[in-house]
Design a protein around this ligand. Structure first.
Ligand code: VGL
Ligand code: ZN
Length: 211
């Protein structure tokens, strides 16, 4: 059977780049790498996810009296990291990075719209209940191989890659390390271990470009 290769660019948005509301250290450095992958012609399908929160989203510390950003809090009765307000629908912070070659993106999958639950994964909410429809879309397209990269490795990239594996059995999932950046070094190391333990290959963009 023919290979059908897809690239998932996770949350390469202003909000997660320097100058954004939830900046990932050196987050903008993924943009040229992502553009080389996009331009390579090696992917049959390119999808970008976009964190897309309504104002006052329950993952924002500002929505919880007394809560401070980057502390654990609670959302709908479950532990939830309290984030600064970020990627609010319709704001510049939520736009894809302006240098990302978005003309070549086939689908933009928005997520995180439900104020009562966070959605790190591009595939489903954090309670694994409501799905975005992305796994059905990729399976309908006959995707056999999915490369995942973007921001942030220790949150949305990791959860997207793990969900891809679980929700699309048989699809080969890889994580492109140098096309991704994380919030903390310890978080990145743990995320890479966890992805590897589940059978996700950790590769470099040069590996993907060589094939
Ligand atoms: C993300 C925290 C909150 C991410 C999104 O894209 O990794 N992290 N919302
Ligand atoms: Zn978010």
């Amino acid at each position: 059977m023919a290979l059908m290769k897809a690239l998932l660019l996770v949350d390469i948005q202003n909000g997660f780049c320097p100058g954004g509301n939830l900046p990932v250290p050196d987050g903008d450095e993924v943009v040229p790498v992502a553009n080389r992958l996009i331009d390579s012609g090696r992917y049959d399908l390119i999808v970008a996810s976009q964190d897309w929160h309504p104002p006052g989203h329950g993952s924002f510390a500002s929505a919880h009296p007394g809560a401070a950003p980057f502390e654990m809090g609670e959302l709908s009765g479950k532990p939830q990291m309290m984030w600064p307000d970020h990627c609010i629908q319709g704001t510049l912070d939520a736009e894809l990075h302006p240098q990302l070659k978005s003309e070549e993106i086939d689908l933009i999958q928005q997520k995180g719209e439900d104020p009562r639950i966070d959605s790190y994964s591009a595939f489903r909410d954090n309670d694994q209940d409501a799905t975005t429809g992305l796994s059905n879309f990729l399976q309908d397209q006959g995707v056999t191989d999915l490369d995942v990269c973007g921001l942030a490795t220790d949150y949305c990239v990791k959860f997207s890659a793990l969900d891809a594996l679980e929700m699309m059995p048989g699809v080969r999932v890889r994580f492109i390390e140098d096309a991704s950046r994380g919030i903390t070094p310890e978080g990145v190391a743990a995320a890479i271990d966890e992805m590897r333990a589940h059978g996700i290959a950790v590769i470099k963009s040069t590996d993907a470009l060589r094939e």
